[in-house]
Design a protein around this ligand. Structure first.
Ligand SMILES: [Zn+2]
Length: 345
């Protein structure tokens, strides 16, 4: 089915144990279950990459120099909150943030150089809320945006970003708001933090910046239907050379921060579908970057399910099972989005 070359999954891992804050959900404990599995028994197709901390010139592909310097200064103080989310920093946070970007770049540059390839940067702190000029929403640097901008600067051509985290990736949208070479599409729960991501939020970039807010209790069927009827025609029309994925797993029904109802099998199928799209429309190049996911056991299951799909494996753990109803009628949203963005099969 898949060639050997295609089934290699390049990966990096950073759990940043010292980037921690009392009582905060974005904590090293998120990897409490996953870290033992990834240390001992990743799938045979998975190939670990070394990485170095990101350099200033790397970061400036997506962030202003003032933002970078401000963050470095903030982290010289004792642990404290820097916004209402709350986003926190500690004296270890600047190195953690540089590491998360570096680990993401290692995967994306490897995939970029390969004639086709897939990878997963399993990192924290996450990135998709961090905007051009400041950190935001548990995110310090925008790991994925730096890597996507790096791909464009390196001459990759157009790249696309698909975001299935439960929250809108406002940072990715902000950074690429005026960048014609980068398209962004997000499925997210309406009304959640940070309150952005309305369907008509980017009238200047119809067909390029696509927001799909879904109601609470939308599950796997809603996500797969949107992928078939909106995400696929969006990719087909944009013709990117590479696909980046904001892979947040907080849309799982057990997640304490959200009310969506995707299950672990859903993340397996979703990953398969996204990979199929990457094969068909993006030269077979796909880079997944971890974003949210705040139930440590579910995050471990969901990461293993997603990595199984990328590795061509059929088995993965699922401690939670099928869960609540997966359906919700989103026909109106699909019709509205397809009309607004002029998307047709
Ligand atoms: Zn999230």
């Amino acid at each position: 089915m898949m060639s050997d070359k295609h089934s290699i999954v390049y990966w990096t891992y950073q759990d940043a144990p010292e980037h921690a804050y009392p009582g905060h959900p974005e904590s090293p404990n998120r990897f409490g279950y996953f870290k033992d599995w990834i240390a001992q028994s990743p799938y045979p197709a998975m190939q670990r990459l070394d990485y170095a901390p990101a350099r200033l010139e790397d970061l400036m592909a997506a962030h202003s120099q003032r933002m970078i310097e401000n963050l470095q200064q903030e982290t010289q103080n004792p642990p404290h909150e820097i916004d209402q989310a709350p986003t926190y920093v500690t004296p270890a946070s600047y190195q953690a943030a540089l590491g998360a970007v570096g680990a993401t770049l290692a995967v994306s540059r490897k995939v970029m150089r390969a004639s086709a390839g897939r990878g997963f940067a399993i990192v924290r702190p996450p990135g998709h809320h961090a905007v051009h000029d400041h950190p935001m929403g548990f995110c310090l640097f925008n790991n994925l945006a730096v890597a996507a901008a790096d791909a464009v600067i390196s001459g990759m051509g157009k790249v696309a970003v698909f975001d299935f985290d439960a929250h809108h990736g406002n940072g990715v949208e902000d950074i690429f708001r005026q960048t014609e070479q980068v398209a962004y599409c997000s499925i997210h729960e309406e009304g959640l933090y940070p309150g952005t991501g309305h369907l008509e939020a980017a009238p200047h970039a119809r067909g390029r910046l696509v927001n799909l807010p879904v109601p609470a209790f939308s599950g796997t069927k809603v996500f797969t239907r949107l992928i078939d009827q909106v995400v696929e025609p969006w990719l087909k029309a944009f013709q990117p050379k590479m696909l980046f994925v904001c892979a947040g797993f907080d849309a799982h029904f057990s997640d304490p921060l959200t009310s969506l109802t995707v299950n672990t099998e859903g993340f397996y199928r979703l990953t398969q579908k996204v990979m199929d799209l990457a094969e068909t429309y993006c030269g077979g190049r796909a880079v997944f970057v971890l974003e949210g996911g705040y139930d440590p056991l579910a995050l471990s299951d969901n990461l293993q399910a997603s990595l199984a799909a990328l590795s061509g494996e059929a088995d993965y753990p699922d401690h939670y099972g099928k869960g609540p109803d997966q359906s919700k009628d989103i026909s109106a949203l699909i019709e509205e989005a397809r009309t607004y963005h002029q998307l047709r099969e």
